[in-house]
Design a protein around this ligand. Structure first.
Ligand code: OGA
Ligand code: NI
Length: 351
C-alpha cells in the first residue's frame, strides 16, 4: 500500500449524523480509555481562566512606542504557556461574523451536499471526520472542513463549498487578513528571540509561507465524559490562529499536568505557537448541551524546505533538539497516526 493511502480504512460516519439520530449512548469507537477521558469537574471551574495571557497588539500595528511592551508580553507568553490571546488585532468583527455564519450554513446543509466534498487521507482537503488512517484508532467527536488557502498556487476552489454563495469570497478574505496578522506575529516572535524581524519568515518560505484552514464542528454529544471533541495534539505548523466559538468553551491547553480551559475573550484570537518556543499541547471537550464551531488557521512552513535550528540560537550549551526535517515529511507523521499528544514531535528528538 502506498503512503498515504487514498482511502480511509473504513466508511466515514459524520458525527453530526450520529448526534442528530438521537442516540443516548455513543458508539464504542468513540469511547476513550479511562485515562484519556476528561474530568468535566474542572470544566466548570473558571479560576484559571484569569491567568491566560491577553495581549493588546495594536502597538505592533501602529508602530507606536508601546511596541516593546507588546513584544515582551508575547515573548513571555510563548515561554510560559506556548499560547496567548490577541486583541485589537485588526481583523474586522464584521468579517469574522460573516465567516461564522457562512460555515454554520454549510454544516447545516443536507448531508448529500456536504458529502460531495468528502475528503481523503492523501490531501485531507474537504469535508471529513477523522484524522489518521489507523483502523484501530478511537475516534473523536467532531467533523471538520479542511482547505488550503495560501499561497494562491495551493488553492483549489473546486474543493471549496459552492454554497452558501458568499462562503468562498469571505473565506478568502479572512485567509488574507489572518495571514497578514500571522506574519506580524511571526516578526514579533523573531525579534523577541534576538533575530532579525524577517529571519523566521524567510526561514519558513517567505512569500511561500502556507496558510490552511480547519473549520471544526463539534455536534452535541450524549456522553461527553467518555470521549473528546479532539484528542490531545500539538499542531505541526509554525503558529495557529484560532477563532474559537463565541459562546461555547471547550478547548483546553496543557499546563504542567493540568488541562486548563481557554475561555476566549470576546473578539480575541487565540494564538498557539508550535515549533518555536513551547509547542502547546491542546484538546477539545465534547459537550452534551451545546454544539460548538471553531476555525483554526494554520500558518505552515513551505512544504519542501528543511526546517532546523537557527544557527544564531545554537551554542555548545544550547544544542539543537531536533534533526532538520521538511514540513511535508513532518506532517505525514500526524496524518498517519492522528492526534497522539506530543509523541510525534518527541519521536524526532536528536540523539
Ligand atoms: C485544531 C484545534 C481547537 C478548537 O483544529 O487543531 O486544536 O477549539 N482546534 O477547535
Ligand atoms: Ni490544534
Amino acid at each position: 500500500m502506498g503512503y498515504p493511502p487514498s482511502e480511509w480504512p473504513e466508511p466515514i460516519v459524520p458525527v453530526q449524523s450520529l448526534s442528530n439520530s438521537g442516540i443516548t449512548e455513543i458508539p464504542s469507537k468513540y469511547i476513550k480509555p479511562p485515562i484519556d477521558r476528561p474530568s468535566l469537574d474542572s470544566f466548570h471551574n473558571s479560576e484559571t481562566d484569569l491567568y491566560i495571557p491577553v495581549i493588546d497588539i495594536s502597538p505592533l500595528i501602529n508602530g507606536s512606542d508601546r511596541t516593546d511592551e507588546a513584544m515582551h508580553a508575547i515573548s513571555h507568553a510563548c515561554k510560559e504557556w506556548g499560547f496567548f490571546q490577541v486583541v485589537n488585532h485588526g481583523v474586522a468583527p464584521d468579517l469574522v461574523q460573516k465567516l461564522r455564519a457562512a460555515w454554520r450554513e454549510f454544516f447545516y446543509s443536507p448531508m448529500e451536499a456536504k458529502k460531495a466534498y468528502a475528503n481523503d487521507p492523501k490531501t485531507y482537503e474537504g469535508y471529513g471526520s477523522r484524522v489518521g488512517v489507523d483502523k484501530e484508532a478511537i475516534l473523536d467527536w467532531g467533523d471538520y472542513f479542511f482547505l488550503y488557502l495560501l499561497p494562491e498556487s495551493t488553492k483549489n476552489l473546486n474543493k471549496w463549498p459552492e454554497l452558501p454563495p458568499n462562503l468562498r469570497e469571505i473565506t478568502e478574505e479572512y485567509g488574507e487578513k489572518v495571514m497578514k496578522l500571522s506574519k506580524m506575529l511571526i516578526k514579533a516572535i523573531s525579534t523577541s528571540l534576538g533575530l532579525d524581524e524577517n529571519y523566521m519568515l524567510r526561514a519558513f518560505g517567505g512569500d511561500n509561507i502556507a496558510g490552511t484552514l480547519r473549520v471544526n464542528y463539534y455536534p452535541k454529544c450524549p456522553q461527553p465524559e467518555l470521549t473528546l471533541g479532539l484528542s490531545p495534539h500539538s499542531d505541526p505548523g509554525f503558529i495557529t490562529v484560532l477563532l474559537a466559538d463565541e459562546h461555547v468553551k471547550g478547548c483546553q491547553v496543557k499546563k504542567g499536568d493540568l488541562w486548563v480551559d481557554i475561555k476566549p475573550k470576546t473578539g480575541a484570537f487565540i494564538v498557539l505557537t508550535n515549533a518555536i518556543y513551547k509547542s502547546v499541547e491542546h484538546r477539545v471537550l465534547a459537550n452534551a448541551e451545546t454544539e460548538r464551531f471553531s476555525f483554526a488557521f494554520f500558518c505552515n512552513p513551505k512544504g519542501d524546505m528543511a526546517i532546523g535550528s537557527a544557527p544564531e540560537l545554537v551554542s555548545p550549551l544550547s544544542k539543537p533538539l531536533y534533526e532538520p526535517i521538511t514540513f511535508n515529511e513532518y506532517r505525514l507523521y500526524v496524518r498517519n497516526k492522528g492526534p497522539l499528544g506530543k509523541s510525534q514531535v518527541e519521536s524526532l528528538k536528536a540523539a
